[in-house]
Design a binder for this molecule. Sequence first.
Ligand code: ATP
Length: 259
Amino acid sequence: MQAPGGPLLSVDNVSLSFGGIAALKNVSMAAVEGKVTAIIGPNGAGKTTLFNAISGFYRPQSGAITFGGIDLLGRPMHARSGYGIARTFQNIALFSGMTVLENIKLGSHARLATNVFSASIYLGWADREERALTERIDRDVIDFLDLGAVRDHATAGLNYGVQKRVELARALALQPRLMMLDEPVAGMNPAEKLEMAGYIRRCVEERGMTVLLIDHDMETVLGMSHHVVVLNFGSVLAAGAPDDVRSDPGVIAAYLGDD
Ligand code: ATP
């Protein structure tokens, strides 16, 4: 168990190449417990590759990735959720015919103590567990993220910003230690971006979540993050508090100037 305020996730000297393309070159960074850490950088900088390496989709050729003291690179991809890592994806991945509540409950079912076999024997017990799950999600997730008005609506009819919030809700419902958010404000209008940034900050400030996110939108990201890591051509160009990154001449030259 790491110290409070220390790194929950550590990436140390990770390198990953696709054939001749070096997508990550000796990348080191950390996600600090109870904070929002953002990875930014222009197209092709290596953000998605880094996320996929942490998630276990890709295997780096060298380096280490540890989460709460566990060596993630030695573990299968599916083990990540059991360790407390939840992830959202760049493109909305909701079941459009299902309601908001049903979408949020998906995934949380895997954590119920009753499995399909025992449920067939102890139907009453499974029923109680299911009701307890719904109550918890209503209270801790749907109310918390102001989704009560659309709880029983099919996600297909919801506007884009609300659909992205349902994805955040689904990750939060897993009660993870780390939420990895892949472009959480991409494609949103300015009002939706601000609103989403507020919800992400609330997850951290009121629920003690640790968030690691990637996004293109510099200003929104700098406004909602405690720590920022800037990638450029697969290497860490700068890392620090948003104000330090914003005023870093190398970052201005490489990114902010042409954003
Ligand atoms: P974007 O902001 O456009 O999503 P990014 O910062 O996420 O960019 P990556 O998608 O990680 O960047 O790409 C880093 C480099 O690795 C790029 O040169 C890209 O072309 C290359 N790359 C990424 N995935 C693959 C792959 N599966 N096969 C080959 N090359 C890849």
